[in-house]
Design a protein around this ligand. Structure first.
Ligand SMILES: [Zn+2]
Length: 530
């Protein structure tokens, strides 16, 4: 009997201690996931095996059930790496374009031979948005053509028209390539300008000059033979026959009366592609709810860039901030959730996705192959790149204001004494650049949780200075490494906030939704899921 009592005491003491996010455990996860042993957690590498196995082992140790394929913690994600092989040619009239200097891109067909010879048509912004009465295609059938367009969207100050100054998904190049493929184009060429893209040619060149990882096409789906960006010089040559400059064409594209303009010649492409099949994986754990068949979802991407170009003699892209931190937070939340004596009514899914850096591929695959259907998923709370600089006075939850969860998010922020920081750069479209967006596009209310920029107990400019320092010196570089002097209190604060919010959402009576009229950001476009 005495032994029995002691056992109960030990268990309950252990349980109580388990119900808090532990800064030490966060530190241990980040330290391991960002260590050189994991070689930068590149997709399809030994680093992937080690990282995903570690995450699965940690989930198992915490009593979180497997929710992947065939009773495992892993969901298989088939990817194809596609790079343009030597000997590629792209030409029109008497001009032939040079790879890397004049254009970069990828064959999205996932075929080794990609040849086309087709009429070039300028389609403005390449946007068809019936809810705004906007159609750059003007109802024309452009099957078999080479489409030419700008990235970004018509400028607006009216929030009801393309979101006002905020970028909608229609402005992203991902949407435009998808739309061109849906319309049966053989190839699509973006006219790059720094103002429309928001970044210079060097950035385009480095992101598109090498291997382009893609989700393996499902049977019966076709991809563009070439999805490419043209440098400003090359773009100007391509449109020369119109007698207009790129600026003048952009002004035309900004008019509602715009209609497609045939450029008056064919573009010829011979694009041999080198293909590599990559069997990658997401990691998924589950803690069952008490009554409802629905679930809430927590996400973080485990991948980073692996081993790459050395900078200052270091070639391992450890990705400590991006995103060992997010993985650590979700692992800790999963541990605490599994230890709760009384579970919320909805289940909780803990999803660690692959290939975020290659364009949100793992989360997109999950969105299309979910464990709990999108219509039964109450929310996705995503964590991507937290800073180890201590606690903040504010939290960023951009996108939450567009969902019916907004009052609840505000209430939990108040409880934690956190001010909600608005998106500092709405025109940059940050909302479309992390994994929550993959869930949003299948209709799930979804947003990322991260700390704001006002740190407690530091000079007023500390947050800004440190962000700049991180962004310019360490972001996507080998120097994004773990340091023993990191302060995990801010990460603990953000994890506690998300955990409290998650528990409330897992218990709200009605399933949350996007607010009426705001779903244009997400659900009407992209995946075809309405
Ligand atoms: Zn990143």
């Amino acid at each position: 009997m005495r032994v029995w009592t002691a056992a109960i005491l030990t268990l309950s003491a252990f349980g109580a201690q388990n119900l808090h996010i532990s800064g030490d455990k966060l530190r241990a996860h980040v330290q391991y996931l960002a260590s050189d042993r994991l070689e930068g957690r590149g997709v399809g590498t030994n680093g992937e095996k080690l990282a995903t196995q570690y995450i699965a082992d940690q989930l198992r140790a915490s009593g979180v059930a497997p929710a992947g394929d065939n009773g495992t913690y892993f969901q298989r994600v088939p990817l194809v790496g596609s790079s343009i092989a030597p000997g590629a040619t792209l030409a029109f009239e008497n001009t032939s374009l040079k790879f890397l200097t004049d254009y970069v891109g990828a064959a999205l067909s996932q075929k080794e031979q990609n040849d086309f010879d087709a009429e070039a048509v300028f389609v403005g912004h390449g946007i068809s948005a019936p809810e705004f009465g906007w159609d750059d295609y003007n109802g024309q059938d452009l099957h078999g053509k080479v489409l030419v367009f700008f990235t970004n969207e018509p400028p607006s100050n009216d929030p009801k028209f393309f979101g006002g100054p905020a970028l909608t998904y229609y402005g992203r190049w991902t949407y435009k390539f998808e739309e061109a493929a849906r319309r049966g184009a053989v190839a699509a060429l973006i006219l790059h300008t720094t103002p429309t893209a928001g970044y210079g040619w060097a950035v385009v060149r480095s992101s598109w000059g090498g291997e382009n990882p893609q989700l393996a096409l499902e049977p019966g789906h076709a991809g563009l033979k070439l999805a490419a960006w043209l440098s400003e010089d090359a773009g100007q040559k391509l449109v020369a026959k119109t007698g207009k400059s790129l600026d003048q064409l952009l002004a035309m594209a900004n008019e509602k009366s715009f209609h497609p303009v045939a450029l008056g010649f064919h573009v010829k492409g011979h694009i041999p592609a080198k293909l590599r099949q990559i069997a990658s994986r997401n990691v998924i754990g589950r803690v069952d709810g008490t009554s409802k068949p629905e679930a809430i979802l927590f996400t973080a991407h485990w991948d980073h860039f692996g081993v790459g170009e050395p900078i200052d003699g270091d070639k391992i892209y450890n990705g400590a901030v991006d995103n060992a931190t997010g993985c650590a937070v979700i692992l800790e939340m999963a541990r605490v959730w599994a230890a709760m004596p009384k579970k919320p009514s909805r289940s909780a899914l803990f999803l660690f996705v692959t290939a975020e850096e290659a364009g949100l591929l793992g989360s997109r695959y999950y969105g299309e192959h979910p464990v709990v259907p999108a219509g039964n998923t109450a929310v996705d709370l995503n964590y991507d790149a937290l800073y180890p600089f201590g606690k903040t006075k504010d939290v960023s939850v951009t996108g939450a204001e567009r969902t019916t969860l907004w009052p609840l998010v505000q209430e939990v922020a108040r409880q934690f004494n956190l001010t909600i920081e608005p998106d500092a750069e709405p025109g940059q479209g940050h909302y479309y650049r992390s994994d929550h967006f993959s869930l949003a596009r299948v209709g799930v209310p979804a947003f990322s949780i991260s700390q704001g920029s006002n740190y407690i107990g530091k000079p007023a400019n500390f947050g800004k200075t440190v962000f700049e320092h991180y962004n310019t010196d360490h972001y996507h570089r080998p120097s994004d490494e773990y340091h023993a002097d990191w302060d995990f209190s801010g990460m603990t604060q953000m994890a506690d906030f998300g955990l409290a919010l998650g528990v409330k959402i897992a218990n709200v009576p009605a399933l949350p939704t996007w607010k009426a009229g705001d779903e244009f950001l997400t659900t009407r476009i992209g995946s075809g899921v309405k």
